[in-house]
Design a protein around this ligand. Structure first.
Ligand code: ZN
Ligand code: ZN
Length: 99
């Protein structure tokens, strides 16, 4: 009897629990400019180019994510549903699997 053909099913997986943010890479994930620098279209760095955090722990210039959210609802980096976080998460934060 011939062995049944092997069928390999690659399950799609999402790395929701992994922590990919690196503190050494303080650039905006959208425009790739420094987060403490000036976003494209901003009058200048600092108060004129505020940085916002998402609950997924990715951060972007407010101008950049605002433009992005005009056509998308997900984080540009991790594709999680974008939600603004009230403040930057602590460096040791771990993401809870909330489904
Ligand atoms: Zn930016
Ligand atoms: Zn993200």
């Amino acid at each position: 009897m011939a062995p049944p053909g092997l069928k390999v099913t690659v399950k799609r997986w999402s790395a929701v629990a992994s922590w990919t943010w690196t503190a050494d890479d303080d650039v905006c994930g959208i425009c790739h400019m420094a987060l403490d620098g000036c976003a494209p279209g901003a009058a200048g760095p600092g108060d004129d180019s505020p940085v916002v955090w998402g609950k997924c722990a990715h951060n972007f210039h407010l101008l950049c994510i605002s433009t992005w959210l005009q056509s998308k609802t997900s984080c540009p980096i991790c594709r999680r549903n974008w939600e603004f976080a009230p403040s930057a998460p602590p460096p040791s934060a771990t993401l809870a699997e909330d489904g």
